[in-house]
Design a protein around this ligand. Structure first.
Ligand SMILES: Cc1cc2nc3c(=O)[nH]c(=O)nc-3n(C[C@H](O)[C@H](O)[C@H](O)COP(=O)(O)O)c2cc1C
Length: 343
């Protein structure tokens, strides 16, 4: 796609996002562990968007090699997503500090003040998620340069609050830094309306999985094509004695087995035949390697099919250029229609 596509209305609304990210279109492809590799980052970058490399819990040498590919292969800005709760987080941070990567997005948990400082001192702009206004304010006090509001409609590890509420709780309060919004966005029209509400840009994940350039296993993509929005569900937690990290994924055999495991463990807990720590360990270890099994090996029964509810809005694999063209032309047309209604 020609990056010169005319986006007159969009340019008026998302200039802050353009200036902040340094890209033509402040449409971010959210980092997706095992999915957001150099190839996906490059496809987004080549179409004028903003790509984010996912660190997940990659071995540090592999992580460094992927970063190097981005540095040498891309002519414009991109980010690296660091998962603060990953066992390799500290090593990732050290690798990243030495690399010429312009942006870092903290995921997992909220970053500590020192994490933000260290990466800013290393010359990077920093972004973090924020799930309430007070967290947004705390992040800004820590020196964060931009915020991501991600609604619970999103795929992967999620918060508990939908984007509709977060927009009112945080975006409408106009935090002092650019705010990018995510979760459930797959259409250009939706991008247009979030910009009207004050977003600096949008982040999409699920829709980009169905790009030709995305290297996810074809079985994983096929599951996305078939799925309806209501099949992308949050893993339930049945009892607070066995906490479960909220993840949105497509229903499959593995998810049913996980739910049965929880109920089984609860029965044992109640009967006193198992200790709480043991139950917690079994729950935590259940999904180990689950996303990799689905995305890399293509095992859609045993793996974790992390996906947002926006899966119900996508039904085919498309070249990245076509996805961008659709998103942008739809968004621009919608803003034109709004301008006409208000004229
Ligand atoms: C398979 C999958 C893996 C993800 N992994 C990560 C991750 O490693 N780090 C992160 O910050 N977000 C992760 N996300 C969230 C995305 O970056 C993005 O914010 C989300 O997909 C947006 O919602 P949408 O899917 O409705 O567009 C993941 C999402 C999916 C679907």
């Amino acid at each position: 796609m020609e990056q010169g596509m005319k986006t007159v209305y969009l340019d008026k609304l998302w200039q802050q996002g353009q200036d902040f990210l340094g890209v033509r279109y402040p449409v971010m492809c959210g980092a997706m562990t095992w999915i957001s590799d150099y190839q996906l980052v490059k496809a987004v970058h080549d179409n004028g968007g903003f790509g984010i490399l996912a660190a997940g819990n990659m071995p540090p040498d592999l992580f460094e090699a992927e970063i190097e590919k981005c540095i040498t292969g891309l002519s414009g800005p991109f980010a690296v997503n660091l998962v603060t709760i990953a066992p390799n987080f500290k090593q990732h941070k050290e690798v990243l500090k030495k690399k010429e990567v312009p942006f870092v997005v903290f995921a997992g948990n909220f970053p500590k003040k020192n994490d933000v400082k260290e990466l800013k001192d290393a010359g990077k702009k920093t972004l973090s998620f924020a799930s309430t206004m007070s967290i947004a304010e705390q992040m800004i006090r820590f020196g964060i340069d931009g915020l991501l509001l991600e609604g619970s409609e999103a795929g992967g590890h999620i918060g508990h609050v939908s984007l509709t509420i977060l927009l009112q709780q945080v975006l409408f309060k106009q935090p002092a830094v650019p705010v990018f919004v995510a979760g459930g966005i797959a259409a250009g029209k939706m991008i247009a309306h979030t910009l009207l509400m004050g977003a600096a840009g949008c982040q999409l994940g699920t829709r980009f999985v169905l790009s030709e350039e995305c290297t996810a296993h074809e079985n994983f993509k096929r599951a996305f094509i078939k799925a309806r929005a209501r099949e992308a569900v949050e893993t339930p937690q049945y009892d607070k004695r066995i906490p479960v990290v909220a993840v949105r994924a497509l229903r499959n055999k593995s998810m049913e087995a996980f739910n049965r495991l929880q109920l089984d463990l609860l029965e044992k807990l109640n009967a006193g035949t198992i200790k709480r720590e043991q139950a917690q360990l079994e729950v935590e270890s259940f999904w180990m390697g689950g996303l990799r099994r689905a995305v890399v090996d293509g095992d859609v029964d045993a793996g974790s099919l992390m996906s947002g509810q926006s899966v119900g809005l996508v039904s085919k694999i498309q070249p990245m250029a076509e996805i961008f063209e659709e998103l942008l032309s739809e968004a621009e047309a919608e803003l034109g229609a709004v301008a006409t209604r208000l004229a």
